[in-house]
Design a protein around this ligand. Structure first.
Ligand SMILES: Cc1cc2nc3c(=O)[nH]c(=O)nc-3n(C[C@H](O)[C@H](O)[C@H](O)COP(=O)(O)OP(=O)(O)OC[C@H]3O[C@@H](n4cnc5c(N)ncnc54)[C@H](O)[C@@H]3O)c2cc1C
Length: 477
């Protein structure tokens, strides 16, 4: 089955017996009908449907050389700059559906898996490493258009550098045994966004491993025996897209993943019991440049969404004449254009890497992704500052159908819009920046790639500063 449709995605997710716990209960209904999950699942289905739109076919899919069947572009291993740009066009096409709010649309993990498989030769000849398993799994995922959640970090128990887990029962997931069929994993991992609403979960060591029991990488179906997704409380307050324009459609949920003596079949183990590989595979692989390329492509759409939102508020209440308002919107414009310029530089300076991939230049992408955790909270703050009391003068759809409708229409009208349209706009601004959904978006942009300080430290370490130091030396001569 090549690139799937939305309905195929929904059927597959519903047919799985995935164990998801939500608000004190195990979900027993169809997952796609559960109030906390249905919005994001149906939005994700729309993404898959775009793969079949005639006019988008060449952006969203590509033909497999072996069979000619069309598969999703996010699986494409690019060998030319045109193919690299095709990848970012595809990411942006999907991101536009949610204004960039679906952080873990399937292209994110498809990209990650694509890079891991392209770099599988790193595992060749190493102890307890199975490069062919990784390549086979990538090909299966590409041909069946599988969707993924992932867990790359350990529970937040004690982050001191001196901490070693010594509890009798594992907390962080570790290998507790192996047999003819595979490895057995027990313990927990964080933080699977979309946990339960994907076909599979991909699990990689968090890095900085000193005990080989924690050194592993594998992928298993979401409904594997013993695997549980413990979801956080939902931020969906209702189905109305007028009242909750974003949370009703794009609430992805985040979950703790519990492995209760889960058997991972050998053919799904990429490596285990190898500390050196666990600590270096991601950094030696093509993971970083291509994942950041996906991330920046999406973040541009999100910044453009915020720009559109801010300017819509400005026009609606007619505040464009004030210099500080122009200054604030210009700040968002500068963010959008800077992010776009960085993406263009990364693509223009792409070059073939050691794995034969057309790799985007890393530094501009690191600059963009290490800036965005600071930029995004500021962009949402600007929306709040421009919207002022409008951000909370937001009656509901039901209010507009009640006896107070005439009052609302009279007193909540604005320079450019009637009351209902104005409130609809401000509810969107509220949901993007102030609701529990909006606050989580800010936290997501701050942390989803790792802590912002670590991103900037990586930029510091990888940037070639020497020419600039030489410049100063020359200058002082
Ligand atoms: C909304 C959201 C969705 C996410 N989705 C996913 C997902 O789908 N899959 C996934 O695997 N992960 C996901 N993550 C997890 C994300 O990767 C982590 O939040 C990130 O790596 C930071 O780890 P942490 O949350 O454990 O923070 P911690 O490491 O516990 O950090 C807490 C604080 O301590 C500081 N700190 C910790 N260690 C050090 C140190 N050594 N030196 C200096 N300061 C330190 C940090 O800077 C931070 O301020 C998600 C996170 C969020 C917020």
């Amino acid at each position: 089955m090549p690139a799937i449709t939305g309905q195929q995605y929904i059927n597959r997710i519903d047919n799985r017996q995935t164990e998801i716990w939500h608000n004190g209960k195990k979900i027993t209904s169809k997952i796609s009908e559960h109030p906390a999950l249905k919005g994001a699942i149906h939005s994700q289905a729309k993404l898959y449907d775009l793969q079949h739109k005639k006019e988008l076919l060449d952006v969203m899919t590509y033909p497999l050389p072996s069979t000619g069947e069309r598969v999703g572009t996010s699986f494409l291993q690019p060998t030319t700059i045109d193919e690299l740009i095709k990848r970012s066009n595809m990411v942006q096409q999907w991101a536009k559906v949610s204004g960039g709010m679906l952080g873990r649309s399937p292209d994110y993990m498809n990209t990650v898996l694509m890079t891991f498989a392209a770099s599988a030769e790193i595992l060749e000849g190493k102890d307890n490493c199975y490069p062919s398993h990784l390549v086979n799994f990538y090909e299966k995922a590409r041909e069946e258009d599988l969707s993924f959640t992932h867990t790359f970090i350990n529970p937040q128990v004690n982050r001191s550098q001196l901490y070693f887990e010594d509890s009798d029962e594992p907390i962080a997931a570790k290998v507790v045994g192996e047999n003819d069929d595979g490895i057995i994993v027990k313990g927990a991992r964080l933080l699977a966004t979309q946990g339960g609403m994907t076909d599979e979960v991909i699990v990689f060591s968090p890095g900085g491993i000193t005990d080989k029991a924690y050194a592993f990488a594998f992928a298993i179906p979401s409904d594997t025996k013993g695997l549980k997704f413990l979801s956080r409380d939902s931020f969906v307050d209702g189905d109305s897209t007028f009242d909750y324009p974003l949370s009703s459609r794009f609430e992805e949920l985040d979950s703790v993943v519990v492995f209760d003596n889960v058997l991972v079949p050998w053919e799904r183990v990429f490596f285990y019991n190898n500390i050196e590989v666990a600590n270096t595979f991601k950094s030696k692989s093509a993971f970083l440049p291509f994942t950041l390329h996906q991330v920046v492509s999406r973040q541009i759409i999100k910044a453009e969404f915020i720009l559109g939102l801010a300017e819509s508020i400005v026009e609606t209440i007619n505040i464009s004449e004030y210099p500080h308002v122009q200054d604030k919107v210009a700040e968002i414009i500068a963010a959008v254009e800077t992010m776009k310029a960085l993406l263009t530089k990364a693509e223009t300076n792409a070059a073939i890497d050691e794995f034969g991939l057309m790799r985007p230049e890393l530094i501009p992408l690191q600059v963009a992704t290490s800036s965005f955790p600071k930029l995004y909270p500021r962009l949402t703050e600007i929306v709040q500052l421009l919207g002022s009391s409008g951000m909370v003068s937001i009656p509901t759809e039901a209010d507009f159908q009640s006896d107070i409708r005439e009052d609302l229409e009279q007193y909540l009208q604005s320079a450019a819009l009637g009351a209902k349209d104005r409130v609809q706009l401000f509810r969107l601004a509220w949901d993007a920046t102030m609701s529990s959904f909006g606050s989580r978006q800010t936290q997501y942009e701050r942390f989803f790639l790792g802590s912002p300080e670590r991103l900037r430290s990586e930029l510091y370490k990888s940037y070639n500063k020497q020419p600039h130091v030489d410049f100063i030396r020359e200058f002082l001569r």
